[in-house]
Design a protein around this ligand. Sequence first.
Ligand code: GLN
Length: 192
Amino acid sequence: MITIGVLALQGAIAEHINCLKQLSNVEVKEVKTLEDLNSIDGLILPGGESTAMGKILNYFNLLQPIAQKINEGLPVWGTCAGMILLAKEISNQPETYFATMDIKVKRNAYGSQLDSFQTNIDLPQISPNPIPLVFIRAPYIEVAKENVEILASVDNNIVAAKQNNMLVTSFHPELTKDLSWHKYFYNMIVNK
Ligand code: GLN
């Protein structure tokens, strides 16, 4: 049995918890305090609003301790706003948050026309079936250093990547019925 935490300050928390509950051998924990971090094997940073999450993380002095846990190897998966929290660089603002992953992301990268959209993608490495991708005012990765493994691109923009213990997706698997990304993250934790 492993315990996967979901950072529960703001955003699509319940949806991730709902997906995790469908996996076997997984316990789920809402992470709100530093103590909560000590009892988890992996952490999901949900989608939402990165600026709001950043403010709350700052207010509760959680930014630096969580960044330290990630740097020490805690498996972490950032979806959408969560990807922004992990990026070392954000091309359209100076402020960064955990800044642990060697990626440069663009916030709200799809502009107004394609603000939110859905597509399907074949990624045999993740799932034998086509995977539905839901983008909501999503970021994408503009630059990934060579130590970052690119997992998925849409229209030549990187939308999923992995660097050691860190996984990021621009889109929201927790808003679909497809559990393949949650299973992929589960495997990242158990094969650590
Ligand atoms: N636009 C949000 C941000 O910049 C991310 C959107 C999301 O997480 N769905 O933080």
